[in-house]
Design a protein around this ligand. Structure first.
Ligand code: ATP
Length: 520
């Protein structure tokens, strides 16, 4: 379900507290392009490090790569992007709004599923412990009718997509009586294809032959370097290549904050395997990737797998991991078994052999690929939306007051500790500075001496700082400080000398990695 109100609050909190700004805001912004502010960039870097380490540090057989954004234009012919990387778009003649035709139908299908779920929740409440969902699904006439309707529409939809039947997609929108979500109008244009790649020119001569593209995914940089890495790193199959980098898509509908941007970052890992082993590795990566998400401590009910109804022509298995964003359950990561499609295409188009010689079996083959592809910005949005909490807590006088706290997992939090002298005199401020000088090489710290201590705590809550360390008069006597925990607001008095250990234990990315490997 879409929670517009909480989404709006999140967007404005992100701006007010230095996480995310609209791009070129003083010129009224640029549609679907965002800048990360002083805290946003730290959170983003921490997520990136968590992902990178989970691939490259933890796995002996995965190495990194940083390929260029610009690539030879033939790459995108070989990959199919020049001809295939299209979305079907449709305009509403009355509202003049443009939509992805497939998204309109997907949302409609989702609404039917929502109706079915509602019936089930209602019945589960009515019948209590005696409720048997499976029997209810099979026997309740309303559920049955909706399941049948969904099935019929979905199979028409998949067929139309497979056949690239644009009039068929339009007919489905008409037959389902789908209205423009903004104006309610059903006055639709034809459906047209729209290529999502951004073009630009290389060099100073503006000719067709100089047209190059801003990469729409990072994966192709990995494929074209497969042999370079395999040979120079003496890699043995199975092995993986991981990359984090910018990708660019001229998205048709881009009104969903960080969820759908025109410039965004991907974290992709392509795992090269022996043909025939791909499903085994696909299952492995599917589970591993879900563990990675869950290790962040986010409610497991916010994640689910979604199997692709329609496989891309080169894939033989594909699942998405979906996250419950404030705009509903949506894809955050794709895990795809891509067969030997990419390497074979590049062999064909470049005329260069991209094979692997197996030293044990003495045979050569084109490796198969299992890909994990996750959006960095969508992960950022997931962490931020899960972290944002409004709650009532007692103030210094015991009265309830509202606090906004970002419960970001401590290892990902932008600032790990704020050091706060209780007052700006009696040497407390200098002592606080000395503490910072000691720990600033290990953690991102912040010094704050303005306003009451309560207000300073609230400021740190709003940016998600897990620890507030207060220097008071007792500190000057026995070299202890109070440490306040963001989530519980509990306070402990600890020796200053222990601060490093306490903070390391709670904020080390290692703690996430260990959970992710062991499973949660
Ligand atoms: P969608 O169906 O939502 O457009 P996709 O299936 O096209 O996504 P992929 O090509 O599989 O996405 O890209 C891998 C990941 O990159 C996605 O799971 C998502 O997290 C991220 N991603 C893709 N497009 C965008 C975008 N426009 N803005 C932000 N992140 C994106």
């Amino acid at each position: 379900m879409v929670n517009e109100e909480s989404f709006k609050k999140l967007v404005s909190h992100a701006k007010e507290y230095g996480y995310v700004f609209p791009s070129s805001e003083i010129y009224d912004g640029l549609s679907a392009v965002y800048d990360y502010g002083q805290y946003g960039v730290e959170l983003k870097n921490n997520i990136k490090k968590y992902w990178w380490d989970s691939m490259v540090l933890v796995h002996e057989n995965i190495v990194g790569l940083d390929s260029a954004i610009f690539m030879h234009p033939e790459v995108w012919k070989a990959s199919g992007h020049v001809t295939q990387f299209n979305d079907p778009l449709i305009d509403n003649k009355d509202s003049k709004k443009r939509y992805r035709a497939d998204s309109l139908i997907e949302d409609y299908l989702q609404k039917i599923v929502g109706k079915i779920d509602k019936e089930i929740t209602k019945a589960a409440k009515r019948f209590g412990d005696d409720f048997d969902e499976e029997t209810f699904r099979k026997t309740n006439p309303r559920v049955q009718a909706n399941l049948k309707k969904r099935e019929e529409i979905n199979s028409r939809f998949i067929k139309a997509l497979e056949d690239e039947d644009l009039p068929g997609i339009r007919q489905l929108i008409i037959d389902c009586d789908i209205a423009d979500p903004v104006s309610g109008s059903r006055n639709w244009t034809e459906v047209r294809k729209f290529n999502l790649m951004f073009e630009t020119k290389l060099g100073s001569v503006s000719e067709e032959a100089n047209t190059i593209y801003l990469r729409p995914e990072t994966a192709q940089g990995i494929f074209v370097n497969y042999l370079n890495v395999q040979k120079s790193g003496r890699m043995r199959i199975p092995f993986g290549i991981a990359q984090v980098g910018k990708a660019f898509r001229n998205e048709i509908v881009a009104r969903q904050f960080l969820f759908r941007m025109r410039e965004f970052e991907q974290m992709e890992m392509q795992f090269f395997v022996k043909p025939g082993d791909e499903i085994k590795w696909f299952e492995y990566w599917k589970e591993e990737r879900m563990k990675w998400h869950l290790a962040m401590g986010i409610n497991p009910d916010f994640y689910r797998f979604h199997e692709h109804d329609k496989l891309a022509h080169y894939a033989n298995a594909a699942f998405d991991i979906e996250f419950k964003f404030p705009i509903g359950f949506k894809e955050i990561e794709g895990i795809h078994s891509r067969t030997d499609f990419d390497l074979s295409q590049h062999q064909k188009f470049s005329g260069k052999k991209l094979q692997y010689f197996d030293p044990l079996s003495k045979e050569s083959y084109t490796p198969y690929v299992v890909e994990t592809s996750i959006g960095l910005d969508r992960t950022f949005l997931a962490v931020l939306s899960n972290a944002y909490t409004e709650e009532k807590v007692p103030d210094a006088n015991g009265n309830l007051e509202e606090r906004i706290v970002l419960r970001i997992p401590a290892p990902l939090a932008p600032i790990k500790a704020a050091i706060l002298p209780l007052v700006r005199k009696d040497g407390l401020d200098e002592k606080a500075r000395r503490i910072i000088d000691n720990i600033k090489f290990d953690f991102n710290c912040q010094y704050d001496e303005k306003d009451s201590i309560g207000r300073r705590y609230r400021r740190q809550d709003a940016i998600g700082t897990p620890f507030c360390i207060t220097v008071d008069h007792q500190t000057m006597e026995d070299d202890t400080v109070t440490i306040r925990y963001r989530d519980s607001m509990k306070q402990n008095r600890v020796p200053t000398a222990n601060l490093n250990n306490i903070i390391i234990k709670e904020t080390n990315i290692r703690s996430l990695l260990e959970k992710g490997v062991e499973g949660v």
